[in-house]
Design a protein around this ligand. Sequence first.
Ligand code: CS2
Ligand code: MN
Length: 353
Amino acid sequence: MKMTMRYYGKDYDSVTLEQLRQIRYVEGLISTLYYKQAGELWERDEIKALKKEIEDGGLELSGIESVNIHDAIKIGTPDRDMYIENYIKTLENLGEEGINLVCYNFMPIFDWTRTDLAKPRPDGSTVLAYDQNIVEKIDPNNFAAYMDENSNGFVMPGWEPERLGKLKELFEAYKDVDADKLFNNLVYFLKAIMPTCDKYGIKMAIHPDDPAWSVFGLSRIITNKENLLKMLNAVPSVNNGVTFCMGSLGSNPDNDLVDLVHALKGRIHFAHIRNLKHTAPGKFEEACHLSADGSFDLAAVVKALYEDGFDGVIRPDHGRMLWGEKAMPGYGLYDRALGAAYICGLWEMISKN
Ligand code: CS2
Ligand code: MN
């Protein structure tokens, strides 16, 4: 495996390349052109510049999270082919620059959803939390503004104000997009891009829906073993793969994470390792990576990846906010660095036994 950290680029991240490099456990970074809107073409020069920024900082660009998918592709409107064309050109440009891992998600309108971005814990740290009861009471039209106000002044991944300014129209456009339609639109997209992925050896790694169930009446389809296998089987190229985000999949306690790792063997190209604590049905809060702090057995998950010969990219996912740090919720330096060290420790121990 290759340990990495997510980095948003010098204009967006509070964490610097110098800090990331000194974590030492980390070999490369996962980044993106954060200023790009979904559907926009990524020019080769722009990709080159991102690569150079990271390489000048002494690290490598190990993959992209995310190249976001335009709503036209998810909804299946006639203009989707134009956006797919752009996506293909972006993949070609990435391929030409030697980038061979792309994470993306297929969630309608909202990316990952939380109801509290800074829930205090008894030790004074804060975490992201989710409560289905609160979501049911919120007007989704106000939800984007809520996230914006609570994000420490950072634009959060998947919550770009430009797009979310048009929520009413978006909800209208998704009105008839049920789970089957959304799934068919995903397959249509994957079939169109796969020849390019195969040509360049680009591994596509779909990020599971977070939480792993439908929110605000919008369909969600990347939520469990059955759906993931259905999606992998529909487009059997090895480059059609998965981001194993244990926090997202594990939001539903019915998902057995170790079983899932084995079921997805060979198709997991990217792993997001984190922990969370279930406190009631539909209610959870994120936790420290340490198994004892949450509901997941991280050692068992890392061991399952090891046993299956996982040699993809791995990163700690959301961390707590610690030691007075002001950063994008979930993406501070300190707790993610602790997470990287913990995961590397587990990996070394498992590999030596
Ligand atoms: C991430 C997602 O911060 C997060 O929760 O895991 O925003 C993820 O990057 C996207 O869903 C992938 O497209
Ligand atoms: Mn994730």
